[in-house]
Write a protein that binds this ligand. Structure first.
Ligand SMILES: *Cc1c(COP(=O)(O)O)cnc(C)c1O
Length: 401
Protein backbone atom coordinates (compact mmCIF):
# COMPACT_ATOMS: atom_id res chain seq x y z
CA UNK A 1 0.00 0.00 0.00
CA UNK A 2 1.30 3.43 -0.87
CA UNK A 3 2.30 5.70 1.98
CA UNK A 4 -0.55 7.86 3.19
CA UNK A 5 -0.21 10.73 5.60
CA UNK A 6 -3.53 11.89 7.05
CA UNK A 7 -2.02 15.05 8.56
CA UNK A 8 -0.75 16.26 5.20
CA UNK A 9 -4.11 15.51 3.67
CA UNK A 10 -5.92 17.64 6.24
CA UNK A 11 -3.49 20.51 5.80
CA UNK A 12 -4.09 20.49 2.07
CA UNK A 13 -7.82 20.83 2.67
CA UNK A 14 -7.47 23.71 5.15
CA UNK A 15 -10.19 25.71 3.51
CA UNK A 16 -10.15 29.46 3.16
CA UNK A 17 -13.38 31.11 2.17
CA UNK A 18 -14.58 34.44 0.88
CA UNK A 19 -14.22 36.04 4.30
CA UNK A 20 -10.44 35.67 3.93
CA UNK A 21 -10.20 34.53 7.51
CA UNK A 22 -7.66 31.80 8.07
CA UNK A 23 -10.52 29.80 9.54
CA UNK A 24 -13.73 29.34 7.57
CA UNK A 25 -16.45 31.78 8.64
CA UNK A 26 -18.99 30.19 10.98
CA UNK A 27 -22.20 29.64 9.11
CA UNK A 28 -24.71 30.36 11.81
CA UNK A 29 -27.87 29.72 9.81
CA UNK A 30 -30.52 27.04 9.69
CA UNK A 31 -31.80 28.03 6.27
CA UNK A 32 -30.31 29.66 3.15
CA UNK A 33 -31.60 32.00 0.48
CA UNK A 34 -31.62 31.46 -3.28
CA UNK A 35 -31.31 34.20 -5.85
CA UNK A 36 -33.75 32.37 -8.13
CA UNK A 37 -36.66 30.05 -7.35
CA UNK A 38 -35.49 27.54 -9.94
CA UNK A 39 -32.23 27.05 -8.01
CA UNK A 40 -34.15 26.07 -4.89
CA UNK A 41 -36.01 23.34 -6.78
CA UNK A 42 -32.79 22.10 -8.38
CA UNK A 43 -31.00 22.05 -5.02
CA UNK A 44 -33.83 19.95 -3.54
CA UNK A 45 -33.17 17.42 -6.25
CA UNK A 46 -29.44 17.50 -5.61
CA UNK A 47 -28.73 19.08 -8.98
CA UNK A 48 -26.78 22.19 -7.94
CA UNK A 49 -23.34 22.78 -6.51
CA UNK A 50 -22.42 25.38 -3.94
CA UNK A 51 -26.00 26.00 -2.79
CA UNK A 52 -27.26 25.12 0.64
CA UNK A 53 -30.86 24.36 1.48
CA UNK A 54 -31.26 23.66 5.16
CA UNK A 55 -28.76 22.82 7.90
CA UNK A 56 -30.18 19.40 8.81
CA UNK A 57 -28.91 18.44 5.35
CA UNK A 58 -25.78 20.55 4.74
CA UNK A 59 -24.29 23.67 6.21
CA UNK A 60 -21.04 25.37 5.08
CA UNK A 61 -19.38 24.97 8.51
CA UNK A 62 -20.28 21.29 8.62
CA UNK A 63 -19.03 20.90 5.06
CA UNK A 64 -15.64 22.42 5.92
CA UNK A 65 -15.20 19.96 8.79
CA UNK A 66 -16.44 17.06 6.64
CA UNK A 67 -13.97 17.84 3.86
CA UNK A 68 -11.11 17.82 6.36
CA UNK A 69 -12.33 14.53 7.90
CA UNK A 70 -12.65 12.95 4.46
CA UNK A 71 -9.10 14.06 3.64
CA UNK A 72 -7.88 12.51 6.89
CA UNK A 73 -9.67 9.21 6.23
CA UNK A 74 -8.95 9.00 2.51
CA UNK A 75 -12.70 8.84 1.83
CA UNK A 76 -14.58 10.90 -0.74
CA UNK A 77 -16.95 12.35 1.82
CA UNK A 78 -18.06 12.54 5.43
CA UNK A 79 -21.02 13.75 7.47
CA UNK A 80 -21.05 14.94 11.08
CA UNK A 81 -23.50 14.06 13.83
CA UNK A 82 -24.42 15.31 17.30
CA UNK A 83 -22.76 12.30 18.98
CA UNK A 84 -20.65 9.27 18.22
CA UNK A 85 -23.55 6.98 18.99
CA UNK A 86 -25.73 8.90 16.50
CA UNK A 87 -23.10 8.20 13.82
CA UNK A 88 -22.98 4.50 14.75
CA UNK A 89 -26.74 3.93 15.03
CA UNK A 90 -27.47 5.79 11.77
CA UNK A 91 -24.74 3.93 9.90
CA UNK A 92 -26.15 0.61 11.14
CA UNK A 93 -29.82 1.47 10.58
CA UNK A 94 -29.05 2.63 7.05
CA UNK A 95 -27.94 -0.88 6.03
CA UNK A 96 -30.62 -3.07 7.56
CA UNK A 97 -34.32 -3.84 7.34
CA UNK A 98 -36.46 -6.31 9.26
CA UNK A 99 -35.15 -9.85 8.81
CA UNK A 100 -31.56 -8.79 8.16
CA UNK A 101 -28.58 -9.83 10.23
CA UNK A 102 -25.50 -8.14 11.70
CA UNK A 103 -22.30 -9.86 12.77
CA UNK A 104 -20.48 -7.81 15.34
CA UNK A 105 -17.33 -8.07 17.32
CA UNK A 106 -18.11 -9.25 20.85
CA UNK A 107 -16.13 -6.30 22.16
CA UNK A 108 -17.64 -3.00 21.20
CA UNK A 109 -18.41 0.23 22.97
CA UNK A 110 -21.15 -0.51 25.53
CA UNK A 111 -23.75 1.72 23.88
CA UNK A 112 -23.11 0.11 20.51
CA UNK A 113 -23.47 -3.33 22.05
CA UNK A 114 -26.74 -2.33 23.77
CA UNK A 115 -28.11 -0.88 20.51
CA UNK A 116 -27.51 -4.11 18.63
CA UNK A 117 -28.38 -6.53 21.45
CA UNK A 118 -31.46 -4.80 22.89
CA UNK A 119 -32.75 -2.19 20.50
CA UNK A 120 -32.41 -3.33 16.89
CA UNK A 121 -34.15 -6.57 17.88
CA UNK A 122 -37.37 -4.51 18.24
CA UNK A 123 -37.27 -4.11 14.47
CA UNK A 124 -36.51 -7.74 13.69
CA UNK A 125 -32.77 -7.21 13.15
CA UNK A 126 -30.68 -9.81 14.97
CA UNK A 127 -26.98 -9.56 15.78
CA UNK A 128 -24.52 -12.39 16.33
CA UNK A 129 -21.60 -11.40 18.55
CA UNK A 130 -18.36 -13.14 17.66
CA UNK A 131 -14.77 -12.99 18.86
CA UNK A 132 -13.33 -11.05 15.90
CA UNK A 133 -9.77 -12.11 16.71
CA UNK A 134 -10.88 -15.54 15.49
CA UNK A 135 -11.44 -15.01 11.76
CA UNK A 136 -12.62 -18.59 11.27
CA UNK A 137 -15.38 -17.92 13.80
CA UNK A 138 -16.35 -14.84 11.78
CA UNK A 139 -16.40 -16.89 8.54
CA UNK A 140 -18.53 -19.53 10.24
CA UNK A 141 -21.02 -16.92 11.52
CA UNK A 142 -21.25 -15.40 8.05
CA UNK A 143 -21.90 -18.83 6.50
CA UNK A 144 -24.63 -19.50 9.07
CA UNK A 145 -26.32 -16.16 8.37
CA UNK A 146 -26.53 -15.53 4.62
CA UNK A 147 -28.88 -12.60 5.40
CA UNK A 148 -25.94 -10.70 6.96
CA UNK A 149 -25.77 -7.09 5.77
CA UNK A 150 -23.11 -5.68 8.09
CA UNK A 151 -19.91 -6.77 9.77
CA UNK A 152 -19.20 -4.35 12.61
CA UNK A 153 -16.02 -3.81 14.59
CA UNK A 154 -13.77 -1.27 16.28
CA UNK A 155 -10.23 -0.99 14.90
CA UNK A 156 -8.83 -0.98 18.43
CA UNK A 157 -11.29 -2.30 20.95
CA UNK A 158 -12.13 -1.34 24.46
CA UNK A 159 -10.70 -2.12 26.96
CA UNK A 160 -8.41 -4.95 25.82
CA UNK A 161 -6.89 -2.92 22.98
CA UNK A 162 -7.11 -5.82 20.53
CA UNK A 163 -6.75 -4.87 16.87
CA UNK A 164 -9.24 -5.88 14.17
CA UNK A 165 -7.80 -7.34 10.98
CA UNK A 166 -9.59 -4.85 8.71
CA UNK A 167 -8.30 -6.19 5.35
CA UNK A 168 -9.38 -9.77 6.16
CA UNK A 169 -12.72 -8.70 7.62
CA UNK A 170 -13.37 -6.63 4.53
CA UNK A 171 -12.74 -9.67 2.31
CA UNK A 172 -15.14 -11.74 4.40
CA UNK A 173 -17.85 -9.04 4.34
CA UNK A 174 -17.56 -8.44 0.62
CA UNK A 175 -17.70 -12.17 -0.15
CA UNK A 176 -21.41 -12.06 0.73
CA UNK A 177 -22.11 -8.50 -0.38
CA UNK A 178 -22.19 -7.16 3.19
CA UNK A 179 -20.60 -3.92 4.33
CA UNK A 180 -17.79 -3.59 6.85
CA UNK A 181 -18.43 -0.72 9.26
CA UNK A 182 -15.47 0.22 11.48
CA UNK A 183 -15.44 2.45 14.56
CA UNK A 184 -11.99 4.11 14.55
CA UNK A 185 -12.55 6.30 17.64
CA UNK A 186 -9.45 5.06 19.53
CA UNK A 187 -7.05 5.37 16.61
CA UNK A 188 -7.63 8.36 14.32
CA UNK A 189 -4.68 8.98 11.95
CA UNK A 190 -2.95 5.82 13.20
CA UNK A 191 -5.27 3.66 11.12
CA UNK A 192 -7.18 4.52 7.95
CA UNK A 193 -9.76 1.71 7.88
CA UNK A 194 -11.35 2.85 4.61
CA UNK A 195 -8.01 2.54 2.86
CA UNK A 196 -7.67 -0.92 4.39
CA UNK A 197 -10.98 -2.09 2.91
CA UNK A 198 -13.74 -0.89 5.25
CA UNK A 199 -16.82 0.57 3.55
CA UNK A 200 -17.78 2.99 6.30
CA UNK A 201 -15.74 4.54 9.11
CA UNK A 202 -17.51 5.98 12.14
CA UNK A 203 -16.14 8.14 14.93
CA UNK A 204 -17.02 9.50 18.28
CA UNK A 205 -15.32 12.88 17.77
CA UNK A 206 -15.98 13.47 21.47
CA UNK A 207 -12.69 11.67 22.09
CA UNK A 208 -9.33 12.19 20.37
CA UNK A 209 -10.54 14.08 17.29
CA UNK A 210 -11.87 17.01 19.28
CA UNK A 211 -9.70 16.27 22.31
CA UNK A 212 -11.08 18.99 24.57
CA UNK A 213 -13.98 17.26 26.32
CA UNK A 214 -16.15 20.31 25.65
CA UNK A 215 -18.71 18.57 23.44
CA UNK A 216 -20.20 15.33 22.20
CA UNK A 217 -19.99 14.76 18.43
CA UNK A 218 -19.64 12.07 15.80
CA UNK A 219 -18.77 11.47 12.17
CA UNK A 220 -19.51 9.04 9.36
CA UNK A 221 -16.96 8.73 6.53
CA UNK A 222 -17.41 6.87 3.26
CA UNK A 223 -17.86 7.17 -0.49
CA UNK A 224 -19.61 10.19 -1.98
CA UNK A 225 -22.60 8.10 -3.10
CA UNK A 226 -22.91 6.58 0.34
CA UNK A 227 -22.87 9.93 2.17
CA UNK A 228 -25.41 11.29 -0.32
CA UNK A 229 -27.65 8.30 0.34
CA UNK A 230 -27.50 9.02 4.10
CA UNK A 231 -28.87 12.51 3.53
CA UNK A 232 -31.32 11.69 0.75
CA UNK A 233 -34.49 13.69 1.47
CA UNK A 234 -36.74 10.69 0.77
CA UNK A 235 -35.01 7.83 2.53
CA UNK A 236 -31.68 8.92 4.00
CA UNK A 237 -31.31 7.75 7.60
CA UNK A 238 -29.42 10.87 8.69
CA UNK A 239 -31.79 13.23 6.89
CA UNK A 240 -34.87 11.55 8.37
CA UNK A 241 -33.64 10.88 11.92
CA UNK A 242 -31.96 14.30 12.01
CA UNK A 243 -28.87 13.84 14.23
CA UNK A 244 -26.90 16.63 12.52
CA UNK A 245 -24.08 18.39 14.38
CA UNK A 246 -24.52 22.06 15.19
CA UNK A 247 -22.39 24.24 12.85
CA UNK A 248 -20.94 26.24 15.76
CA UNK A 249 -19.50 22.98 17.09
CA UNK A 250 -18.27 21.92 13.66
CA UNK A 251 -16.32 25.11 13.49
CA UNK A 252 -14.64 24.55 16.87
CA UNK A 253 -13.91 20.88 16.14
CA UNK A 254 -12.28 21.78 12.81
CA UNK A 255 -9.77 23.99 14.61
CA UNK A 256 -8.95 21.14 16.99
CA UNK A 257 -8.62 18.67 14.13
CA UNK A 258 -5.60 20.57 12.86
CA UNK A 259 -3.57 19.67 15.95
CA UNK A 260 -4.70 16.04 16.03
CA UNK A 261 -1.48 14.64 14.52
CA UNK A 262 0.67 16.29 17.20
CA UNK A 263 -1.68 15.21 19.96
CA UNK A 264 -1.80 11.60 18.75
CA UNK A 265 1.99 11.49 18.68
CA UNK A 266 2.23 12.80 22.24
CA UNK A 267 -0.56 10.59 23.64
CA UNK A 268 1.19 7.61 22.06
CA UNK A 269 4.66 8.63 23.24
CA UNK A 270 3.42 8.97 26.82
CA UNK A 271 1.55 5.67 26.76
CA UNK A 272 4.60 3.92 25.29
CA UNK A 273 6.83 5.38 28.01
CA UNK A 274 4.48 4.16 30.71
CA UNK A 275 4.20 0.71 29.14
CA UNK A 276 7.97 0.32 29.30
CA UNK A 277 8.14 1.55 32.89
CA UNK A 278 5.19 -0.69 33.93
CA UNK A 279 7.05 -3.60 32.38
CA UNK A 280 10.23 -2.73 34.31
CA UNK A 281 8.46 -2.66 37.67
CA UNK A 282 6.46 -5.81 36.92
CA UNK A 283 2.92 -4.43 36.63
CA UNK A 284 0.47 -6.50 34.62
CA UNK A 285 0.03 -4.00 31.78
CA UNK A 286 -1.52 -4.09 28.33
CA UNK A 287 -0.26 -1.91 25.46
CA UNK A 288 -0.33 -2.76 21.75
CA UNK A 289 2.93 -0.90 21.05
CA UNK A 290 5.14 -3.55 22.66
CA UNK A 291 5.92 -6.93 21.05
CA UNK A 292 4.28 -8.82 23.95
CA UNK A 293 0.88 -7.68 22.77
CA UNK A 294 -0.83 -10.42 20.71
CA UNK A 295 -1.66 -7.97 17.89
CA UNK A 296 1.68 -6.13 17.68
CA UNK A 297 2.51 -7.52 14.25
CA UNK A 298 -0.99 -6.90 12.93
CA UNK A 299 -0.85 -3.34 14.26
CA UNK A 300 2.42 -2.73 12.42
CA UNK A 301 1.06 -4.16 9.20
CA UNK A 302 -1.94 -1.79 9.22
CA UNK A 303 -0.67 1.46 10.73
CA UNK A 304 0.18 4.80 9.12
CA UNK A 305 3.76 5.41 10.26
CA UNK A 306 4.58 8.34 12.51
CA UNK A 307 1.57 8.53 14.82
CA UNK A 308 2.56 5.94 17.39
CA UNK A 309 0.51 3.17 18.96
CA UNK A 310 -2.22 5.19 20.59
CA UNK A 311 -2.89 6.79 23.95
CA UNK A 312 -4.78 3.92 25.59
CA UNK A 313 -3.06 1.65 28.10
CA UNK A 314 -4.35 -0.54 30.91
CA UNK A 315 -3.07 -2.22 34.04
CA UNK A 316 -4.68 -5.10 35.87
CA UNK A 317 -4.90 -4.68 39.63
CA UNK A 318 -6.63 -8.00 40.22
CA UNK A 319 -9.76 -6.90 42.04
CA UNK A 320 -12.27 -4.11 41.52
CA UNK A 321 -11.61 -2.98 45.13
CA UNK A 322 -7.90 -2.51 44.48
CA UNK A 323 -8.57 -0.77 41.17
CA UNK A 324 -11.04 1.62 42.80
CA UNK A 325 -8.73 2.45 45.69
CA UNK A 326 -5.78 3.10 43.35
CA UNK A 327 -7.87 5.32 41.09
CA UNK A 328 -8.96 7.41 44.08
CA UNK A 329 -5.36 7.82 45.23
CA UNK A 330 -4.18 8.65 41.71
CA UNK A 331 -6.82 11.36 41.45
CA UNK A 332 -5.77 12.84 44.82
CA UNK A 333 -2.14 12.86 43.70
CA UNK A 334 -3.02 14.60 40.45
CA UNK A 335 -2.25 11.83 37.94
CA UNK A 336 -5.51 12.76 36.24
CA UNK A 337 -9.25 12.37 36.63
CA UNK A 338 -11.35 9.41 37.63
CA UNK A 339 -13.70 9.78 34.66
CA UNK A 340 -14.97 7.84 31.68
CA UNK A 341 -14.13 8.94 28.13
CA UNK A 342 -10.77 9.36 26.45
CA UNK A 343 -8.63 11.49 24.20
CA UNK A 344 -8.40 14.40 26.63
CA UNK A 345 -5.27 16.48 27.29
CA UNK A 346 -5.38 15.39 30.93
CA UNK A 347 -5.13 11.69 31.77
CA UNK A 348 -8.47 9.97 32.42
CA UNK A 349 -8.86 6.60 34.08
CA UNK A 350 -11.71 4.25 34.89
CA UNK A 351 -12.41 0.65 35.84
CA UNK A 352 -13.76 -0.75 32.58
CA UNK A 353 -15.99 -3.58 33.84
CA UNK A 354 -17.98 -1.29 36.09
CA UNK A 355 -18.17 1.70 33.76
CA UNK A 356 -17.65 1.89 30.00
CA UNK A 357 -18.23 -1.82 29.46
CA UNK A 358 -20.97 -2.26 32.09
CA UNK A 359 -23.59 -2.78 29.35
CA UNK A 360 -21.65 -5.88 28.33
CA UNK A 361 -22.93 -8.87 30.38
CA UNK A 362 -20.43 -10.29 32.87
CA UNK A 363 -20.16 -13.67 31.14
CA UNK A 364 -19.17 -11.94 27.89
CA UNK A 365 -16.72 -9.73 29.82
CA UNK A 366 -15.11 -12.94 31.12
CA UNK A 367 -15.06 -14.52 27.66
CA UNK A 368 -13.36 -11.38 26.31
CA UNK A 369 -10.66 -11.85 28.93
CA UNK A 370 -11.58 -8.73 30.88
CA UNK A 371 -10.44 -8.68 34.47
CA UNK A 372 -12.56 -6.90 37.06
CA UNK A 373 -9.42 -5.13 38.31
CA UNK A 374 -8.60 -3.48 35.00
CA UNK A 375 -7.75 0.22 35.09
CA UNK A 376 -7.94 1.80 31.65
CA UNK A 377 -5.90 4.96 31.13
CA UNK A 378 -6.34 7.47 28.37
CA UNK A 379 -2.93 9.10 28.62
CA UNK A 380 -2.87 12.87 28.61
CA UNK A 381 -0.33 15.20 27.04
CA UNK A 382 1.86 15.30 30.18
CA UNK A 383 5.19 17.00 29.63
CA UNK A 384 7.00 15.13 32.43
CA UNK A 385 5.78 11.58 31.97
CA UNK A 386 8.39 10.10 34.35
CA UNK A 387 6.85 12.21 37.14
CA UNK A 388 3.42 10.84 36.17
CA UNK A 389 4.81 7.30 36.31
CA UNK A 390 6.19 7.94 39.80
CA UNK A 391 2.78 9.13 41.00
CA UNK A 392 1.09 6.02 39.57
CA UNK A 393 3.70 3.80 41.18
CA UNK A 394 3.27 5.55 44.55
CA UNK A 395 -0.50 5.13 44.29
CA UNK A 396 -0.18 1.39 43.66
CA UNK A 397 2.38 0.99 46.49
CA UNK A 398 0.14 2.92 48.87
CA UNK A 399 -2.82 0.68 48.06
CA UNK A 400 -0.75 -2.49 48.52
CA UNK A 401 0.53 -1.35 51.95
C1 LIG B 1 -17.44 7.16 23.25
C2 LIG B 1 -17.51 6.15 22.20
C3 LIG B 1 -18.65 5.99 21.41
C4 LIG B 1 -19.90 6.83 21.62
O1 LIG B 1 -19.68 8.16 21.28
P1 LIG B 1 -20.48 9.40 21.92
O2 LIG B 1 -19.82 10.57 21.31
O3 LIG B 1 -20.33 9.32 23.41
O4 LIG B 1 -21.91 9.23 21.52
C5 LIG B 1 -18.62 5.04 20.42
N1 LIG B 1 -17.54 4.26 20.20
C6 LIG B 1 -16.44 4.37 20.95
C7 LIG B 1 -15.29 3.47 20.67
C8 LIG B 1 -16.38 5.30 21.98
O5 LIG B 1 -15.27 5.39 22.72
Amino acid sequence: MQKFDPATAIQRINSCDASRGVNPAISDSATFTFPEARLMTDTFHGETEGYFLYSRHWNPSNMALCQALAAMEGTEAAWVTGSGLAAITCALLHEVKSGDHIISSMTTYGGTFAFMANYLTKFGVETTFVNFQDLDAVRKAVAEHPNTKVLYTETMNNPLLRIANVPELSTIAHSIGAKLIVDNTFTPMIFSPYRLGADVVVYSMTKFINGKNDCVAGAICGSGDYINSLIDVNNGTCMLLGPVLDPMRSSSILKNLHTLHIRMQKHGENAMYLAKRFKEVGFKYNYPGLPEHPDYALFNSMMNPGYGYGGMISIDMGTAEAANRIMEIMQQKGVGYLAVSLGYFTTLFSNSGKSTSSEVPEDIQKEMGMSEGLIRFSMGLDNDIEATFQLIKESVDECRK
